[in-house]
Write a protein that binds this ligand. Structure first.
Ligand SMILES: Cc1cc2nc3c(=O)[nH]c(=O)nc-3n(C[C@H](O)[C@H](O)[C@H](O)COP(=O)(O)OP(=O)(O)OC[C@H]3O[C@@H](n4cnc5c(N)ncnc54)[C@H](O)[C@@H]3O)c2cc1C
Length: 236
């Protein structure tokens, strides 16, 4: 009999159940994944697109859904000229079938039973929303503290859900906005918690540096980077 890691590594056909566009920026896909291995909050799936000539392209997307939800929910931000995100955001419709495997990732996964700090920028909030839903499902919302950042309110996926949960929200390019700067991160740093940091390379580098300056132990910081390094890559 196949073990969970073997099953997670197997490509399977997932059916797209719903497609909800988040303005011009991205899309929420809900997938029925047959015989799925239940993920831990923070883990991701790989989607593979296949062209008629056999060419394939695969990319990783974090689960947004909590482990207890029936469907696997993914948030895909439309990256300019992005090969896979553009297709997922613009072409995919309910009823389509996408190849997928997962869940993947042992390091960036929350156990749901110990204190955690989630810091996310832009689409980097995706795995944190999974953590939030899991914390609610297991009745331990007090274990998870969230701080999230986006250019403006429109750029923050799951804004209402995050705000309702009491997440600290910073809009870096909004009139009267703010940043998750050293002072903000110092106020929420917690040496007794695991810090999950997710977003662009520039965002995660800055947050790691703020956390370390605030005395967060290096071994307690876990980082997931979504995009390329560079000036234009930050949505946080
Ligand atoms: C573990 C993991 C989990 C991830 N989870 C998510 C998720 O939940 N939601 C999500 O939207 N993405 C997520 N990503 C990023 C995702 O895998 C793709 O990299 C992203 O969708 C871009 O793929 P693409 O084929 O559209 O772009 P590509 O065709 O690969 O790249 C097109 C251009 O965009 C640039 N680019 C690539 N990625 C980004 C980016 N993120 N931001 C800005 N510019 C970029 C490239 O340098 C290139 O110039 C995750 C990545 C990893 C490694």
């Amino acid at each position: 009999m196949a073990t969970d890691p073997q099953r997670a590594a197997t490509w399977r056909d997932a059916k797209v159940v719903s497609v909800d566009h988040h303005g011009e920026l991205g899309v929420i896909l809900r997938l029925h994944v047959p015989d799925r291995v239940v993920h831990r909050p923070g883990q991701h799936y790989v989607l593979r697109l296949r062209a008629e000539d056999g060419y394939t392209a695969s990319r990783s997307y974090s689960a947004v859904s909590g482990p207890a939800e029936d469907l696997v929910e993914l948030y895909v931000e439309k990256v300019p000229d992005g090969e896979v995100s553009g297709f997922l955001a613009e072409v995919v419709e309910p009823g389509d079938v996408l190849e997928c495997r997962g869940p993947i990732g042992r390091w960036f996964a929350w156990d749901g039973a110990t204190p955690a700090l989630g810091i996310g920028g832009g689409s980097g909030v995706a795995p944190l929303v999974s953590m939030l839903r899991h914390a609610r499902a297991v009745g331990r919302p007090e274990l998870l503290h969230l701080a999230v950042s986006a250019w403006t309110a429109e750029h923050l996926p799951y804004r209402e859900e995050l705000e309702a949960a009491g997440a600290l929200v910073a809009y870096s390019r909004q009139k009267g906005g703010s940043r998750l700067d050293a002072a903000v991160i110092a106020a929420i740093a917690d040496p007794g918690a695991t810090a999950f940091v997710c977003g662009s390379a520039r965002f995660t580098l800055a947050m790691e540096s703020h956390l370390l300056s605030a005395g967060q132990p290096e071994a307690s910081i876990r980082i997931e980077r979504f995009g390329p390094t560079g000036e234009n890559a930050e949505h946080g």
